[in-house]
Design a protein around this ligand. Structure first.
Ligand code: UDP
Ligand code: MG
Length: 313
C-alpha cells in the first residue's frame, strides 16, 4: 500500500435509487481511503433517483465536506453520470465504483498498487459474478466478443470497479452507453490497461437497473465504438471494400450476358442476370454511402493524445 499513500484519490459513484446502500458505502470508502491515500474526495452522481437518495447524500455531505454531489434532474444513464463526474475530479487517481455494494471498497488499495506497477487503467475482473445465470452467461459472451473485436485483452470490460490515472478520464469521451467500453476507448488511445481479480457480492438492496436488452445495446454500441474511434479505418476504405466485392461479382455476371448478346444469342431475363444488376446497384449505394461518411469524417476535428508536448512559444 506504500504507493497509494502519496496520492489524492477521487472516487466517482454513479447511483440510481440506491438509498439503502449509501451510508455503508460512504463509511467503508472513507475508512479505506483515510488509511491509504494522502487525501480523497467522494463524488456521488445521483442519476435522477426518486427514492430519496439525494436527501441521504445531503446528510452525508453535511457531516463530511469531502462528499461532493452531482444530481441530475432526470435519469441520463451511467455513462452520462461518469462523464460529468470525470470533468470535475481533482485527484491524481480516479476510482469508479458502483453504489450497490456489489464491489468492495476494501479492494481499492490493491488496485492502485497494481496501477503503480506501470499502468494507466486497472479494471476489476469479477471472475465469480454473484448474479443470475441470465446475466452471467450473456456477459461472458459479450466480454469474449468485445475482446476479440477490439483487440484489448480483458476478461471483464464492464466491471464497475476500476482505477485510472487522471489523464485517462480527462481524455476519453463516453456518451450513450459507452461506459461498457472504457477500457477499449482508453486502450486505443495508447493507455496501458490491465486487470485484477476482485470479489463480487450479491446485491443487498434494491434491484439491478439493467435488463437483458443491455446485451443487444452492448453489441450495437460495439459497432459504434469501432467506427467512431478506430483510427485506422477510413470509412471509404471500409465501405469501399464491400462495394468493390459486389461490383466485381455483379459486373462479371453482366459481362457474361453482354458477351452472349454480342455473340448473337438471344437475351432473355434469367434470375442470375437480375442478381448481377442488383449487385451493381447495391455496390453504387454502399460506395456512395462510404464517400458521404468519408466527407463527414474529414470535417470532424481529430484529437490526438500526446505523450509529450514540449514546444517553445
Ligand atoms: N446506475 C446509474 N444510472 C443508471 C443505471 C445504473 O447511475 O441509469 C448505477 C447503479 O445505481 C449502480 C451502477 O450504476 O450504482 C451499476 O448498476 P447496476 O448495479 O444496476 O448494474 P449491474 O450490477 O446489474 O450490472
Ligand atoms: Mg450492481
Amino acid at each position: 500500500m506504500a504507493g497509494s499513500t502519496s496520492y489524492i484519490v477521487s472516487v466517482v459513484i454513479p447511483l440510481l435509487n440506491e438509498r439503502e446502500s449509501l451510508k455503508e458505502l460512504f463509511r467503508r470508502l472513507t475508512d479505506v481511503l483515510e488509511a491509504s491515500a494522502a487525501g480523497h474526495e467522494l463524488i456521488f452522481v445521483d442519476d435522477g433517483s426518486t427514492d430519496g437518495s439525494l436527501d441521504m447524500l445531503r446528510t452525508l455531505r453535511s457531516t463530511d465536506r469531502r462528499v461532493r454531489i452531482l444530481s441530475f434532474q432526470r435519469n441520463y444513464g451511467k455513462s452520462a453520470a461518469l462523464s460529468e463526474a470525470f470533468r470535475v475530479v481533482k485527484g491524481d487517481i480516479v476510482v469508479t465504483i458502483d453504489a450497490d455494494l456489489q464491489d468492495n471498497p476494501e479492494e481499492i488499495p490493491a488496485l492502485i498498487e497494481k496501477l503503480d506497477t506501470g499502468y494507466d487503467l486497472v479494471s476489476g475482473w469479477k471472475r465469480k459474478r454473484q448474479d443470475p445465470i441470465s446475466k452471467t452467461f450473456p456477459s461472458k459472451f459479450f466480454n469474449f466478443v468485445t475482446s476479440v473485436v477490439s483487440g484489448i485483452k480483458l476478461h471483464d470490460f464492464n466491471c464497475g470497479l476500476k482505477v485510472y490515472r487522471a489523464e485517462v478520464v480527462k481524455r476519453i469521451c463516453i456518451y450513450g452507453e459507452l461506459h461498457r467500453f472504457i477500457p477499449v476507448l482508453a486502450g486505443w488511445e495508447g493507455f496501458r490497461i490491465s486487470e485484477k481479480l476482485v470479489e463480487h457480492s450479491p446485491r443487498k438492496y434494491g434491484k439491478s437497473k439493467y435488463g437483458v436488452n443491455r446485451f443487444l445495446n452492448g453489441f450495437l454500441d460495439l459497432v459504434t465504438v469501432m467506427f467512431v474511434t478506430r483510427r485506422a479505418a477510413s470509412p471509404l476504405h471500409f465501405f469501399g471494400r464491400i462495394a468493390a466485392v459486389f461490383f466485381t461479382i455483379g459486373s462479371a455476371i453482366c459481362l457474361y450476358f453482354l458477351i452472349l448478346w454480342i455473340m448473337g444469342r438471344g437475351l432473355h431475363v434469367r434470375p442470375i442476370m437480375v442478381g448481377g444488376l442488383v449487385m451493381i446497384v447495391i455496390a453504387i449505394q454502399i460506395g456512395s454511402f462510404g464517400l458521404l461518411a468519408e466527407l463527414f469524417s474529414a470535417r470532424t476535428e481529430r484529437i490526438f493524445t500526446y505523450r509529450e508536448y514540449q514546444i517553445d512559444d
